[in-house]
Design a protein around this ligand. Structure first.
Ligand SMILES: [Zn+2]
Length: 254
């Protein structure tokens, strides 16, 4: 079910255990070869593939994709639009509160932008404290490339073993859905991932890591790899939603 297409009485009539999915993405620089809307286009395609699965069209409510993300670390490159981090936290909290006011119980942020991961986790953590008297609420966030899928193991032509930025993976997915928006990726030089004090987490802005704005190797991207990557990650999101549907409404385990 798509929230954008429904009337309020139709939403009112839904079972309150209906999972509510909030897709959250970004509008930010993606190097010299990809458009600013890349993250939103890619997550939109993953959510589209999941939302047309029959059991989800009947049992899951999909809110429209929120394209404004937490992208302050990309603001050195013009065109990037970012909700300041604390504004972003409030915005996600507000989305939850709006549905909780009407009795809904299960919430999943499906994330398609690395910068939303930390504030998204903060929001689900804080929301549980805020509604601490309620045992029937479920707050989840999942970044689509962090749900366990390993595209490079499914398609051995894929060389990167993790998500970068405007990289082999993202460029391949864009070649799959919007090739006319990808510019001369074959000529883009690789920017290595490096090792920023791993496994510690280091604060960063894009110029610390990449002058052109990408991280990884876009030159080896193909549409065929993109199809594999979409398939793997859409399956992961579908599996998560199946677990949310199967949740008994009280248990810690899911
Ligand atoms: Zn991206």
């Amino acid at each position: 079910m798509l929230l954008t297409d429904m009337t309020w009485p139709a939403v009112q009539a839904l079972p309150r255990e209906t999972p509510i999915v909030f897709p959250i993405a970004a509008l930010e620089q993606h190097g010299h070869h990809m458009p600013l809307f890349t993250d939103s286009l890619l997550l939109g395609e993953i959510v589209r593939r999941v939302s047309v699965v029959e059991r989800f069209t009947e049992q899951v409510l999909f809110a429209p994709l929120q394209w404004l993300g937490n992208s302050d670390h990309h603001l050195d490159m013009p065109g990037t639009l970012s909700a300041p981090p604390r504004v972003y936290l409030d915005m996600l909290h507000g989305s939850l509160d709006n549905f909780i006011q009407h009795g809904f119980q299960r919430f999943v942020f499906v994330n398609g932008h690395g910068g939303n991961d930390t504030p998204g986790k903060q929001v689900v953590f804080e929301a549980r404290q805020k509604y601490r008297s309620r045992a029937d609420l479920l707050f989840l966030i999942a970044t689509y490339w962090s749900l366990g899928g390993q595209p490079h193991q499914v398609n051995p032509n894929i060389q990167q073993d993790r998500m970068g930025h405007a990289c082999e993976w993202e460029t391949s997915m864009m070649l799959c859905i919007r090739p006319e928006l990808v510019l001369n990726h074959e000529q883009v030089a690789e920017v290595p991932f490096g090792n920023p004090f791993e496994p510690a987490s280091r604060g960063w802005i894009m110029p610390d890591r990449s002058e052109p704005g990408h991280i990884g190797n876009p030159s080896i991207a193909t549409a065929e790899k993109g199809e594999t990557i979409f398939t793997v990650f859409a399956q992961d999101v579908a599996k998560l939603l199946d677990r949310v549907l199967a949740w008994d409404g009280r248990s810690w385990n899911g």
